[in-house]
Design a protein around this ligand. Sequence first.
Ligand code: SF4
Length: 169
Amino acid sequence: MKSKVLVSACLMGLKVRYNGSEKAQLATMLTLLQAEQRLVIHCPELAAGLPTPRPPAEIVRADGNDVMQGRASIVEKSGHDVTAHYQLAAWLALRTALETGCNVALLTDGSPTCGSQFIYDGSFSGMRHPGMGVAAALLHQHGITVFSDQQFDEFCAWIEEKDKHEYSV
Ligand code: SF4
C-alpha cells in the first residue's frame, strides 16, 4: 500500500494556528497526494480541545521527548501550565496516524506540538533551539518518519522512493 501522510492542518490552509492563521504555502504542492487520498489532515491541538485563537505556548528549556516523559512542561506566556493538553494532543496525533495507516508525517516547524527541526525555548523572546514538539517526538518514537515543512524536498524524495518500491514488489 502507498504511504499515507499525516499533515499539519495549518499547512493545508486551515486557520487553526494559535493566532487564527494558517501556513498554506505547501497546499498546492500536495494536490496530487490529496487527489490520491493519501493525506490525513490533522491539527493535534484542536483535536485535544484547545480553542482557536489560543495563547501561544512554549516548551520550557527542553523538548517534546522530555515533556512526554514528564520531565518538562509547556506553558503559556502568563505562566499557565498547559502540559496535559499538549500531551493529549500528541497522543491523539499518534492515534490518528496509527488508525489511518500513516507511516510518514509532514508537520509545521517551530510549534511546541508539530515542530521537528526547531522549537522555541520557553522564554517567549523568539529564541529557538533544535528539537521536536510533543506530537513530532511521539510519532518519531513510534517509527513514523517526520519531516518539517522546511524539508519539503526531502519529503518528496522519501515519498518517491517508497512509491518506487511499492511498484516494484
Ligand atoms: Fe498547525 Fe500543528 Fe499547530 Fe495545529 S498544532 S496549528 S497543525 S502546527
